[in-house]
Design a binder for this molecule. Structure first.
Ligand SMILES: [Zn+2]
Length: 86
């Protein structure tokens, strides 16, 4: 069995299986308004890794510690000159 990591394709199309939501936003969202309309999030790199921040409640939603590891990522968008589609 090989210990070499297999490079997987990272698509730049929508592949989200479960959306993240702020717990406070979920409980305060008015009926008839979607979470997409209600929530407002900042997402960015930190010294540890990646953080998702609720702008409405000015609170942390998730902060991932990559523990110094680097992970492959696809930073292209559909239509980019350097688009990676695989
Ligand atoms: Zn919130």
């Amino acid at each position: 069995m090989s210990t070499k990591k297999k490079n997987r394709n990272i698509p730049n199309t929508l592949k989200i299986l479960q959306y993240l939501h702020c717990r406070k936003c979920i409980t305060q969202k008015p009926l008839g308004v979607s979470m997409s309309e209600w929530g407002g999030y900042d997402i960015g790199w930190t010294k540890l890794g990646l953080q998702v921040w609720c702008k409405k409640h000015n609170c942390n939603m998730m902060h991932i510690d990559f523990q110094g590891q680097q992970h492959p990522a696809n930073l292209t968008a559909k239509g980019d000159v350097n688009e990676k589609t695989n």
